[in-house]
Unconditional design. Structure first.
Lengths: 275, 374
């Protein structure tokens, strides 16, 4: 094995909107082959952090390294190959509404690669089936899909270029518990079978306990991160409340019970909600 | 990415090496496709030297394996076959619902033209029925909201008068001025040759008051306001704001459609008056400076040229045009569903139809006034 530096390394990140300080010296580290959850209260700057990592938001200070390269100092042209190595599924899907699901998945391929169109069709269909969508969903427009299917289609598009790194912004928000569980299974399946590194923003405690290896909590404009097992016993009062509140208790019990049957059956488990 | 092919007595030995990814998929496919599988009974594949194999690379390899199996060769791997192949097999193995019913909507071969014409006709008929339904519903809502001033939404109406009327004044005035000057100038050139250049005044006065003032204003505002109505309502549809109104028990026709139509019905006649005034002024200025006609003579001639009805024949058309334009914009806007492309399409349709309807209505008015002898 080659030397494993952290896949994503954020150091001393400072973000400010006007007089409002969002991040003040935030550090974060994501290692290969893990599912890293970003949590925090509403308005704590989770999305701003994600936007900083994606290069959509230029931080006031600090460095953001992806695969060792500081993206805050790279030009648009230099960023292009880095952007091809990760996929992003936005919260509301952000599918291009004028294109079918198949065309949505093909768009990154067309922009970055020169493939023959039958190959592109086949590969795009493979990605669509991989995320658990039925094949006929490929020819539908985003407006014709249910909420769960839109989120799956967004992941299919994020996987278009076979990235090693996948960002998910609130993947289970707005889904019913059954679909949300199926979605967690999909995340586990992708992580296991494609050896993906997954970074996800989430509020869903069930999701965190089921899928994440490590969790980073944004508190007081900084991040405290640790493994799921250890972070729940963190001394910080906000973190304790977050993981020990009334809503958290049930989730932890459920996750504990779920750990015995594991996430390996994800592929043939509940797939294709809303289909 | 590389494939090394060795022929043995029993068949082929493939040694895959390097990176097998999406970026190499095209080359890998070409190289694998070039391998001659005739009279090959066994294919042995070694993936030990492969640095990385992603899903796309595995898919290319799988394509080759299927070709080899189809050619009757037995495929085996040195060591375990790559996991990625299993993932793909598993994914594609799962049954999918309804994938067979892909093109149930396609035309039978040989009848494409007929099919298209028929579909277009049915579509146009539906559209016509729906637009009358829309007009009807707007009218019913309007009469229902006449019962109280509050339900007529005076503030909203005022906003639309401002947006579609007041802010359109400069451009309407400018265009009316320029077009009148052009017409006066061209006709002056011709009429001067005949020695009857005084008739320029008749031409300008009657032309502007009866037709040009209202028609120019309507066409400019059709482009301006029909598009903005359609875009506003369309993006509200996309954002589910209209659904939110309905869910709150508010009639979207009452709060969105009627105030827009009403506001425009007030704004367009006023704009037309301004266009008339500016047009006549333009004609007067041109006559004064190009034909050296004193202003008093222009005004006298103007008074002789117009009948008592001339101004009203023009201005009476304005509210009718306003209703057509505003309804075209609102109707198309409310039709937007689903996508950003749909929004652009409906806005275009709204403007084209608004202008078409205005000109059609103008032609009908012309026939009507001719029969009425005014």
């Amino acid at each position: 094995m080659t030397l494993r530096y952290p896949l994503i390394e954020v150091r001393g990140l400072v973000n400010r909107f006007g007089s409002q300080l969002v991040h003040d010296g935030l550090d974060m580290e994501v290692r290969e082959d893990e599912v890293f959850g970003i949590v925090g209260g509403s308005g704590s700057g989770k999305s701003v952090l994600l936007r900083s990592i994606l290069g959509l938001q230029h931080p006031e200070a600090g460095t953001v390294r992806i695969q060792g390269q500081d993206i805050t100092r790279l030009s648009e042209a230099q960023l292009r190959p880095i952007k091809a190595c990760y996929g992003v599924a936005f919260q509301s899907g952000a599918l291009y509404s004028g294109l079918t699901v198949l065309q949505n998945v093909q768009l990154p391929m067309m922009e970055h690669l020169d493939l023959e169109s039958p190959v592109r069709d086949e590969l795009a269909l493979l990605k669509i089936r991989l995320v658990g969508l039925p094949a006929d969903a490929a020819y539908k427009y985003p407006a014709e899909l249910s909420g769960g299917m839109v989120k799956r289609a967004a992941i299919a598009r994020a996987l278009a270029l076979d990235p090693a790194l996948l960002f998910l912004d609130e993947p289970t928000s707005g889904l019913d518990p059954v679909s949300a569980t199926a979605f967690d299974d999909l995340v586990l399946f992708l992580q296991k079978e494609l050896k993906l590194t997954i970074v996800m923003i989430t509020h869903d405690l069930d999701s965190i306990f089921r899928t994440c290896n490590r969790v980073g909590v944004i508190v007081n404009r900084r991040m405290e991160s640790d493994t799921v097992e250890r972070i729940v016993d963190h001394p910080n009062p906000f973190i304790r409340e977050y993981f020990h509140g009334e809503r958290a208790r049930g989730a932890r019990i459920a996750a504990h019970e779920g750990a015995t049957d594991g996430g390996g059956a994800a592929a043939d488990g509940e797939r294709g909600d809303g289909a | 990415m590389s494939v090394e092919v060795r022929r043995t007595a029993a068949g082929l030995q493939l040694e895959l090496a390097g990176q097998w990814g999406l970026r190499q998929a095209e080359t890998a496919r070409a190289q694998l496709a070039a391998i001659d599988l005739r009279a090959v009974r066994e294919v042995e594949i070694s993936t030990r030297a492969v640095e990385s194999l992603d899903l796309s690379g595995a898919w290319v390899l799988r394509e080759f394996l299927q070709r080899a199996s189809a050619a009757g060769a037995e495929v085996s791997f040195q060591g375990a076959p790559p996991d990625q192949l299993r993932v793909i097999d598993q994914t594609l193995k799962e049954p999918t619902a309804g994938s067979a019913a892909e093109d149930s909507d396609a035309a039978p071969p040989g009848a494409v033209l007929l099919y298209d014409v028929g579909r277009y006709a049915v579509h146009a008929w539906h559209d016509a029925v729906l637009s009358f339904a829309f007009l009807g519903r707007a009218l019913v809502t309007f009469f229902a909201s006449l019962r109280s001033l509050r339900r007529l939404r005076p503030i909203s109406v005022a906003r639309h008068v401002y947006d579609t009327g007041i802010t359109a004044m400069p451009i309407t005035a400018l265009i009316a001025f320029l077009v009148t000057v052009i017409i006066a100038y061209l006709s002056a050139q011709e009429l001067r040759g005949l020695g009857v250049d005084i008739y320029v005044v008749d031409l300008v006065t009657i032309g502007v008051l009866r037709e040009l003032g209202v028609l120019l204003t309507s066409i400019i505002t059709a482009g301006r306001s029909a598009s903005s109505y359609a875009a506003e309502l369309g993006s509200m549809q996309l954002n589910e704001e209209v659904d939110a109104l309905v869910a709150t028990g508010v009639d979207p026709f009452e709060v969105l459609v009627v105030p827009r139509v009403l506001g425009f019905v007030i704004a367009l006649p006023l704009l037309t008056v301004i266009a008339d005034l500016v047009g006549l002024t333009g004609g007067a200025l041109l006559c004064r400076y190009l034909l050296d006609m004193p202003l008093t003579q222009y005004i006298n001639r103007m008074n002789e040229a117009i009948a008592p009805t001339t101004f009203w024949v023009g201005i009476i058309k304005a509210p009718v045009f306003a209703v057509l334009i505003a309804l075209a914009g609102c109707y198309r806007g409310m039709q937007v569903r689903g996508s950003a492309r749909e929004l652009g399409h409906k806005v275009t349709v709204a403007v084209v139809q608004a202008i078409f309807l205005v000109i059609l209505a103008d032609a009908l008015f012309a026939i009507l006034f001719m029969k009425m002898d005014i």
